[in-house]
Ligand binder design. Sequence first.
Ligand SMILES: *[C@@H]1O[C@H](CO)[C@@H](O)[C@H](O)[C@H]1NC(C)=O
Ligand SMILES: *[C@@H]1O[C@H](CO)[C@@H](O)[C@H](O)[C@H]1NC(C)=O
Ligand SMILES: *[C@@H]1O[C@H](CO)[C@@H](O)[C@H](O)[C@H]1NC(C)=O
Ligand SMILES: *[C@@H]1O[C@H](CO)[C@@H](O)[C@H](O)[C@H]1NC(C)=O
Ligand SMILES: *[C@@H]1O[C@H](CO)[C@@H](O)[C@H](O)[C@H]1NC(C)=O
Length: 492
Amino acid sequence: MLEWLAACLVVVMLVMIVREIFRKPANFPPGFYLFGQPVIILRDYDLIHEAFSKTEFSGREQTFVIQNRSFFMGNGIIFGQGGGWSLHRRFALQQLHDLGVGRPRSELLVQLEVDALVRRLTASGGDLEVNTTFCMSGCNALLQLVAGKRYELDDPVFAQLVNDTDRVMRLASPGNILSLLPWVRHLAPSATGFRALCALRDTTCSLFGEIVEEHRRTLNAGKPRDYVDAFLIEMEKEGAKEKDFTKQHLEILLMDFFQAGIETINSTLCWAVLLLARHPEVQARLHAELDELLGANSLRWSDRQSLPYLQATINEVHRFGTVTNVSVPHFTSFQPVVFNDYVIPRNSLILPDIYHVHHDPSYWSEPERFRPDRFIDQSGQLVHESRLLMFGTGRRSCLGESLARMEVFLFVGGLLQAFHLELPPDAPPADLSPQAGVTYKPRPFRLRFRPRRPAAPELNVAALALRSEQNSYCIKRSSFSSKVHFKEEREI
Ligand SMILES: *[C@@H]1O[C@H](CO)[C@@H](O)[C@H](O)[C@H]1NC(C)=O
Ligand SMILES: *[C@@H]1O[C@H](CO)[C@@H](O)[C@H](O)[C@H]1NC(C)=O
Ligand SMILES: *[C@@H]1O[C@H](CO)[C@@H](O)[C@H](O)[C@H]1NC(C)=O
Ligand SMILES: *[C@@H]1O[C@H](CO)[C@@H](O)[C@H](O)[C@H]1NC(C)=O
Ligand SMILES: *[C@@H]1O[C@H](CO)[C@@H](O)[C@H](O)[C@H]1NC(C)=O
């Protein structure tokens, strides 16, 4: 408590001093200076779209916390920048593609997770606090593709990891005091969250370290099974160290996948079930649409064209909830940028206000209303809408977009096939304002998952199909040439 007070006092004093010292230059864009650091906020869709397609705007601030997160060695995909980042981003994209993201293999992995979740929710009965319900289910498909690992929904190690991640994500919201004033950690290691950050990094890395060791023991260089295998093979090549193909960097990259996956899918699914429970009329239409097309059959990714209202509803969930308002700020690391008559200084933080893009009353009618019909045209078809930025845009856009789209579709559809989503009768009145952290998620809530029909037999057939596929499965290699591009992009 005392250390908190001390920290606050120091901060207030600094703010006052700094405000006097730094004044905005004449052609400074909309934004402000925070402790001497220019912060630019982009609120307009076209500006965000244009800026984020430029290399100059795709840097990341290399703060102490971020560097310590990766033991000061290679910053992974979320926080890296320059040639090394670009190389690893392309490598990951390539691997995800080769591993079948967006194809039947990954669909089967997601379907099995939906099945397991439905079973668990059915068994739990009664009202449920929706806190970490979706974390493991959402993350499992990703972890299987990337690291060949799946956790049971009640695995204690995983539960602990999710709990720790949850806490750290709350602490590490943008503008976090440690990013601005790293030395405050000495004053208040606990209150600033520094201790928790380090502990999370250590437990996550040791967990992934074990997974990597297991892969190493069973590696067949001619038959990579997942991203980890492909990375281990790359590590054996000449010059691998200089390109950050090292075991420690692999652990950081796995942490990236894990942390990026867990928060976003959890928050999105939480928004979806909460909004549907609050809008029984939308739910009834979805039930009708699904039942008419599928009867008792499982939902497939290829069904999406025939389910425009479900797609519209998912778009509206993304728009309304805006899970990633800012996510990780961009940074002008390399040089000042002239942009739309403004001069943006070097070392500026660039924050997109995606919430504003999604709720701009000059574009959306009644933006604060949850209304999937806004994405349906007069002939009942889905309207193509480019102003949805849930996966970002440009050079830093979400790496896992195709997997995430499939997951959200199959989870929301699968839950609706299985349940009536209902608020408990004693639920408090709606508070749909987001809870800010790294992602924007709904405030804690309780929900009743009332089964719509007797439980179906387990998806054994699918599991078997998957196993036989894995046995004969070998990644189709498309040759990855790291050398050429690496040299070119290093100069940035
Ligand atoms: C989450 O909810 C479950 C019940 O659904 C409860 O047992 C558990 O303690 C909750 N966990 C946290 C961290 O609130
Ligand atoms: C989860 O985290 C909270 C703090 O955010 C802590 O109080 C609780 O004990 C943790 N639960 C488990 C099971 O570790
Ligand atoms: C998942 O979302 C719920 C609802 O917003 C939230 O209470 C919980 O903390 C989230 N868990 C994680 C790990 O983000
Ligand atoms: C990074 O964090 C660890 C705590 O895990 C700390 O011991 C170490 O001193 C930090 N590194 C630097 C350079 O401060
Ligand atoms: C979204 O982010 C922008 C930029 O940081 C911020 O100004 C705005 O208040 C945020 N929106 C919400 C609803 O918090």
